[in-house]
Design a protein. Sequence first.
Length: 184
Amino acid sequence: MKTTLLFTSLLLFTTCTFAEVRFVSKTGSSTPPYTSWETASDSIQKCINICNDGDTVVVANGTYRESLVINSAITMLGSGIDSCIIDGRGLASLTIKPNRDFTIENFHIIGKAIESMTGVIEAFVDFVTCKNLWIENAYEGIGASSGATIQNCLFYNINYCISTSSANNIDTFKIANNIILNNK
């Protein structure tokens, strides 16, 4: 009995992962696992690539010219919409593509272009939270499914600001205090 209990305890302990806070900055040494400002990644995608579910990525001021694919359930926190920029101009058709539950706050995000079939965030996952974002220069701003919160965002120069694939089930879709300017 003691052996079984010990084995079960060890199995649970070794399979548990603890959430990390990881950092991105243009001035860090870019040394994995990016868990301090001194060792911060110089690329958001490089940092995301080593994230586990529950991790938080904190991004310093700067312009990050990248398209992001996110395969872990993470939170991304920028240092402010006026100074923390993800610039996807001329890159992939989607600037940010989370494949798992996702939270993003305090970024200025620029899409590839206003052309058809481009978007800034396409998050058709169970839960997505987008807060305090400045989103511009895309055909579609945010595409999300029923479990979405889109709050305190500025949409500028976007054809379709917010879209959903959940026509019948939008009871958990929350849109509040957003501003739309120069919408096509």
